[in-house]
Ligand binder design. Structure first.
Ligand SMILES: Cc1cc2nc3c(=O)[nH]c(=O)nc-3n(C[C@H](O)[C@H](O)[C@H](O)COP(=O)(O)O)c2cc1C
Length: 321
């Protein structure tokens, strides 16, 4: 057991969270994280209909009696998102923790809190953490430049972002971006965080959706095999380095417009994950892919992280003795 403000607030054994992951973060993964003592977030935007979201929540509840979370992405998407319905579903399904991201959670703080739901808002910068705190969220997750998905415009790494955020807010801070093992967990706690949140590392687990060939690519990839791009179109993203991502980078370098990039950037996630062919499109991935050397179950991963954290702590104890 590792006790922090986050483990107490969310009612979990270990301060290890699996962030919302479009398309891949489904019931099997989120329930496995919960059963292993962490907390994972199903991703509302994954499901084409509310019924499919509800079905996956029910499936996760059948697979675990531990808390499960829901990610509500507030990013202004091309097509309007049913955010109010997602909030209603979180409340109806008695989801204890909602992870918000993408934009200000202002409109949904009051209804979620009225129903007793805790809110962790995920941000890519210190100033956004401060505004979220002013809105009354219960915790913030701050992600650094290493992170898979949307690491923000600031290009500030996790090692600076976390302590800067800890100094700037009073609510618990969760560290995200580039974390993949127990050493990272101890480092994040040392920086003042109350938990870690990982996406990339959890993608290379047995319970995560995805072809074996896709996970094998992750096992073989080095920490250099991601690209950070699309800042020019205000959609900064960290993606696996494949031929499609490299084309996006090249287009961006020559000043291409959103319209010119659209045919490439609309090929996101599902194709690669489900076919296992890395050249099928873009897929979010963080630099922590360089820390992925196997495809364990979530329980094996989390147990190992706790052992590694204890070893790191002993090493520190010897250094500071
Ligand atoms: C494949 C993938 C899909 C993601 N989709 C979402 C998403 O839909 N909503 C969201 O808030 N974050 C999303 N993220 C970000 C993760 O929740 C998390 O913040 C990030 O992965 C942490 O950095 P790491 O990859 O270095 O662990 C995604 C990340 C990955 C790798």
């Amino acid at each position: 057991m590792i006790e922090t403000r986050i483990t107490k607030m969310f009612g979990i054994k270990y301060p290890i969270l699996c962030g919302g992951m479009f398309w891949v973060g489904r019931a099997e993964l989120i329930a496995a994280v919960a059963n292993a003592g962490g907390l994972g977030f199903l991703t509302a935007a994954t499901y084409p209909t509310i019924e499919e979201l509800q079905d996956d929540i029910h499936k996760a509840k059948d697979l675990t009696d531990k808390p499960i979370g829901l990610n509500i992405n507030l990013f202004a998407a091309v097509r309007p998102q049913p955010i109010e319905r997602w909030v209603e579903v979180a409340i109806e399904e008695k989801i204890p923790v909602v992870e918000t991201s993408g934009s200000s959670p202002k409109a949904i703080v009051a209804p979620l809190h009225a129903a007793g739901v805790k809110i962790m808002h995920k941000v890519p910068g210190v100033r956004y953490a401060q505004s979220a705190e002013r809105l009354g969220v219960d915790a913030v997750c701050v992600v650094g430049h290493e992170a898979g998905g949307h690491p923000g415009m600031d290009e500030v790494t996790t090692i600076v972002m976390v302590p800067a955020t800890v100094d700037a807010v009073k609510i618990p801070v969760v560290a995200g971006g580039g974390l993949g093992d127990g050493r990272g967990l101890v480092a994040a706690l040392a920086l003042g965080a109350d938990a870690v949140l990982m996406g990339t590392r959890f993608m290379a687990t047995q319970e995560c959706r995805g072809q074996a060939a896709f996970k094998e690519w992750m096992v073989n990839a080095a920490e250099t095999e991601t690209v950070y791009c699309m800042k020019s179109i205000m959609n900064p993203s960290r993606l696996a380095k494949n031929s499609v991502a490299e084309k996006v980078v090249a287009l961006e370098k020559r000043g291409a417009t959103l319209e010119e990039m659209l045919p490439l950037i609309s090929r996101q996630g599902p194709a690669v994950v489900d076919s296992g062919n890395m050249e099928d499109g873009l897929v979010s991935m963080g630099q922590a892919v360089g820390l992925v050397h196997d495809v364990p179950t979530c329980k094996e991963l989390i147990d190992r992280m706790v052992e590694e954290a204890e070893a790191a702590q002993q090493r520190l104890g010897a250094i500071f003795a």
